[in-house]
Design a binder for this molecule. Sequence first.
Ligand code: NAP
Length: 280
Amino acid sequence: MTLIDGKAIAQQVRAEVRDEVAAWVAQGHEPPGLATVLVGDDAASAIYVGGKQKASNEVGIRPFDLRLPQDASHDEVRATIHELNANPAVNGILLQLPTPPQVDGPALTTEIDPRKDVDGLTPISTGLLSKGLPGLRPCTPSGCMELLRRHDVQLEGAEAVVVGRSDLVGKPISAMLLAANATVTTCHSRTRDLAEVCRRADVLIAAVGVPELIKGDWIKEGAVVIDVGMNRTPEKLAGDVEFDSAVERASLITPVPGGVGPMTIAMLLRNTLEAAKAAA
Ligand code: NAP
C-alpha cells in the first residue's frame, strides 16, 4: 500500500505554477491576477481568503483583495463583480461563500465572466466540462485527477465509483473520470446497496461528508481510494473512508488530512495562470 502525499504533490504543482508564472512575466506579460471578494466579517471565510491571497503571492500571481461590509447590498456586490469582469489585470474571480443573507452569493457566482471562473463552478464551465470542451475546471476534482495522474493510475477502462453527486465535487469528478475513459458509477443517498457498488471499484472516490461511512471491507483488493471528505468530529478531522481498515486493501490511498485537501488551492493557482494565458 502506498500513501498519496497530497501535501508534497500540491507543493510540486505550486512550484511548477511559480516557474511558469515567472517565465510568462519574463516574456513581457503582466502577472496573472486573482481577485477574492469577501463580504462581511465571518472569521473562517477571512482565513480562507487570506490563504488564497498568500498562496497567490508566493507564486507571483497578483492578488486583488476586495472586502465589502457585512451590510453591503446585493447590488453593491454585483457591481464589484462586474468591475472585476471588466478589469483586464484580473484573470480570476472568487466570491467567497457563504455571503450575508441579503446577498444571493450563488446567483452572483453565475455572473462571473466564465473566462475568469477559476472555481470552475458557473453553468458555462459546467457545460464545457460536460461537453469535453476546453474550459476552467473545478479545483477540488481537478486536484483529485492530478493525484491520480501523478501516480500513473490507469483510468482507461477502469471501474470508477464516485460516492456523492454534489455540483462541487461528485458531479464534476464523475465527468472528468468519464472523459478519461473510465466506466463511471455515481452514487448518492438513494443508492441501493452502496457497499456492493463500492466493491466493484478499481478507483473509488468518496465525496460524501459522512465521517468514515465507507468501510474497509467495501474496498476491492488493490483499489485506488481518493477520500475527499473533511469531517470535523470531536476527536479528529475524519475522512469519508474508514482509513485504518481501508489501508489493508487499497493499493493507493489518500490520508485525511494531507491528501486531497492541499490540492484545491494548488489547482486554483494553476487555473488562474491558465485563465491569464487564455486571455492573452
Ligand atoms: P455535499 O454537497 O453535502 O454532497 C454530499 C453528497 O453525498 C450528496 O450527493 C449526497 O447524496 C451524498 N450522500 C450523503 N449521505 C450519503 C450516504 N449515506 N450514502 C451515499 N451518499 C450519501 O458535500 P460536498 O460539498 O460534495 O463535500 C463532500 C465532502 O468533501 C465533505 O466532507 C466536504 O467537507 C469535503 N470537501 C473537501 C474539499 C477539499 O478537500 N478541498 C472540497 C470540497 C468538499 P444526495 O445528493 O442524494 O443528497
